[in-house]
Design a protein around this ligand. Sequence first.
Ligand SMILES: *[C@@H]1O[C@H](CO)[C@@H](O)[C@H](O)[C@H]1NC(C)=O
Ligand SMILES: *[C@@H]1O[C@H](CO)[C@@H](O)[C@H](O)[C@H]1NC(C)=O
Ligand SMILES: *[C@@H]1O[C@H](CO)[C@@H](O)[C@H](O)[C@H]1NC(C)=O
Ligand SMILES: *[C@@H]1O[C@H](CO)[C@@H](O)[C@H](O)[C@H]1NC(C)=O
Ligand SMILES: *[C@@H]1O[C@H](CO)[C@@H](O)[C@H](O)[C@H]1NC(C)=O
Ligand SMILES: *[C@@H]1O[C@H](CO)[C@@H](O)[C@H](O)[C@H]1NC(C)=O
Length: 480
Amino acid sequence: MEEFKFWCVFIFVIYTINLGVMCKGEDENGVASMKRTEQEALYSAIQGFVGKWWNGSDLYPDPCGWTPIQGVGCDLFDGFWYVTDLSIGPVHDNSLSCAQNVEFRPQLFELRHLKSLSFFNCFVSPHHYPVAIPTENWQGFAGSLESLEFRSNPCLIGQIPYTFGYLRNLRSLVLVENGLTGELPAFFGNLINLRRLNLAGNSFSGSLPDNFGELNQLLILDMSRNLFSGLLPSTFGGLTSLLKLDLSNNQLEGKIPQEIGKLKNLTLLDLSNNKFSGGLTTLFQEMSSLEQLVLSNNPTGGNLTNLAWHNLICLTVLDLSNTSLTGGIPDSISKLKRLRFLGLNDNMLTGKISTKIETLPNISAMHIYGNNLTGELKFSEGFYGKLGRRFGAWDNPNLCYPSGLISRINVPFGVKKCQQEVTRETGLDTSSRLNNNRIWNPESNPTVSLGFSIFRIDRFRYIFVFIVFFGHLLFDIGFA
Ligand SMILES: *[C@@H]1O[C@H](CO)[C@@H](O)[C@H](O)[C@H]1NC(C)=O
Ligand SMILES: *[C@@H]1O[C@H](CO)[C@@H](O)[C@H](O)[C@H]1NC(C)=O
Ligand SMILES: *[C@@H]1O[C@H](CO)[C@@H](O)[C@H](O)[C@H]1NC(C)=O
Ligand SMILES: *[C@@H]1O[C@H](CO)[C@@H](O)[C@H](O)[C@H]1NC(C)=O
Ligand SMILES: *[C@@H]1O[C@H](CO)[C@@H](O)[C@H](O)[C@H]1NC(C)=O
Ligand SMILES: *[C@@H]1O[C@H](CO)[C@@H](O)[C@H](O)[C@H]1NC(C)=O
């Protein structure tokens, strides 16, 4: 027993001495420690963002070691810790949150090993003058920075500094939902390592740079929700790796250049809410990877019958609403077997609609309202039942559904019964005229249930017949 105790104490003592020696050694030899300059630069840079109250050396004496700071990442280079990631803003509960008077201190740019720098919800204070991104010093990050992100900073204003052009190692530049303005600097064409460029939700203006074509590693390009105007440069066809291209909600105009058809790997193309014209070109049919094609709210014009739809077998979303389309809806649309959403509303489409669309296994919304489609809607009752109000065919004055075939609950919303049926049933066409002139606006009247609105119209018709009938009767009696 005594022996056992002895060995326990002995092992414990040896262990403790060892631990002490190891720790001391690390410090003294400079193994896995942080250079004072790096540490001071980190404290000062953070203090500039979070406020003077924040005393880093007090709170986090060993920021890359046993007192880590939320949002700060480190890595070893030649036996020393350096800061590689800095993320400011309320991402987690204990994240570094910004002060009201945020400032970029020059010490930030002394963190020469920084690979990733991000600011989320940081420049938001209405009590302080808005802040611009500093122009100086970014070249200090030229060799290291791979990801730069400013997201949701409404009080971050001014232009993109030309010095971002030094950041040749950037793979991701995200400037989303800030107050940035001005034209895009020409240097973007030189940032050839970019994989992601997201400039959405600012007030950038001017034309799209025509030297983007060099960015052939770019996978995601989002410039939506800005004030870009002018033409879509044909050089965008050089972005051959692109998976997602979103230029929606700008003021772009003109024809969509044929070169866009070279983007063979594109899965999303969103050009909605612009002023593109020049017709629905056949270039789309070359983009066989497309899953989402959204062109809504453009004066595009053109004709659905021209495209070889069977080439676009990956399409799940096809939104061509309000694009001034003319002509009919071709049968070939029903070759898009993966389609979930079909938006053809608010165009000038004419002719009959094929029921083949019903065979699409995953279709869950079909908008054909606001056109001039004609004839009988011959979809099965199950189809109307499955889609409910997501089948929108109202505002087609010459479209009707065959009555008698459908139970009232599944009647397509806002579509009248076919006239022949109506005439045969009652001998009066009053009710169908009534339906004809009705302005259907489901958005402003969402509580009207399908069955009820139709029921009311039916009841109205019977009351009408009743009044006419008894009117005659009373009239006859009165004068007899
Ligand atoms: C932080 O605290 C230490 C000791 O508590 C003090 O010596 C130092 O001056 C403080 N630094 C700042 C920037 O307030
Ligand atoms: C397109 O995608 C395929 C398959 O993912 C890939 O092999 C090819 O390199 C890509 N093309 C370009 C130009 O990136
Ligand atoms: C249809 O698109 C035009 C632009 O082409 C736009 O001005 C108009 O507001 C859009 N209409 C609807 C109903 O969205
Ligand atoms: C649609 O395009 C086809 C083929 O180019 C053409 O024959 C047809 O007349 C066009 N229809 C309309 C309404 O423009
Ligand atoms: C329909 O959707 C299901 C579930 O998301 C999916 O597994 C299936 O592949 C889809 N069918 C087609 C033809 O896209
Ligand atoms: C709709 O088409 C019919 C013929 O089918 C035509 O008489 C009518 O003028 C068209 N209405 C509009 C608004 O184009």
